[in-house]
Design a protein around this ligand. Structure first.
Ligand SMILES: CC(C)(COP(=O)(O)OP(=O)(O)OC[C@H]1O[C@@H](n2cnc3c(N)ncnc32)[C@H](O)[C@@H]1OP(=O)(O)O)[C@@H](O)C(=O)NCCC(=O)NCCS
Length: 140
């Protein structure tokens, strides 16, 4: 599969980023806010098939010891070709030397173990929309 890996927000069409993240229920931010979110992140990865964004992901980090991955998504028709792993690997490379955490939807738990992540036993969170996260099975 031919695609380009882009690790900056320059020339990125954030309406496509919004569309992908909205499609999977990962984020409903408007285009300008989504652009800010990615620009304020420590590391970003976009996969492009010509002008079409086919995969995205980002990491927030102090750049030294701690990092967290967010908004990992690959368009439906491109899934199952190793692209999710490509995005994760390129994010991990950009935060090399850091402890890396993420939280995922309950349905994707096995996926990250498949990719070498270990389950956290002592994680806590304060969510803005706590009820939503409780209903979805993220928190007790
Ligand atoms: C999660 C996601 C990015 C993965 O993208 P992808 O390009 O299909 O992933 P890859 O092809 O790189 O990897 C899939 C691998 O994980 C495995 N896998 C998938 N789900 C799994 C699970 N629940 N448990 C164990 N392994 C799993 C597959 O068998 C495959 O293994 P292989 O590469 O060794 O054959 C994609 O499914 C997606 O965009 N989902 C919707 C958005 C979403 O929910 N994102 C949030 C994730 S936190």
């Amino acid at each position: 599969m031919k695609y380009k890996i882009v690790k900056s927000c320059k020339n990125i069409d954030f309406s496509q980023v919004c569309e992908i993240l909205h499609f999977y229920g990962l984020s409903d931010l408007d285009v300008d806010t989504q652009e800010k979110v990615f620009k304020n992140s420590y590391a970003v990865v976009f996969l492009l098939d010509e002008k079409k964004i086919i995969g995205v992901g980002r990491a927030i980090s102090d750049g030294i010891c701690q990092a967290a991955l967010y908004n990992l998504a690959v368009r439906d028709e491109y899934q199952g070709n190793g692209l999710g792993k490509v995005i994760v690997d390129h994010l991990l490379k950009q935060v090399e030397g850091c402890n890396v955490i993420l939280y995922t939807h309950p349905k994707h738990i096995g996926l990250y173990e498949h990719w070498g992540f270990s389950r956290l036993k002592t994680a806590y969170a304060i969510y803005i929309d706590e009820e939503h996260y409780r209903e979805e099975g993220f928190i007790e």
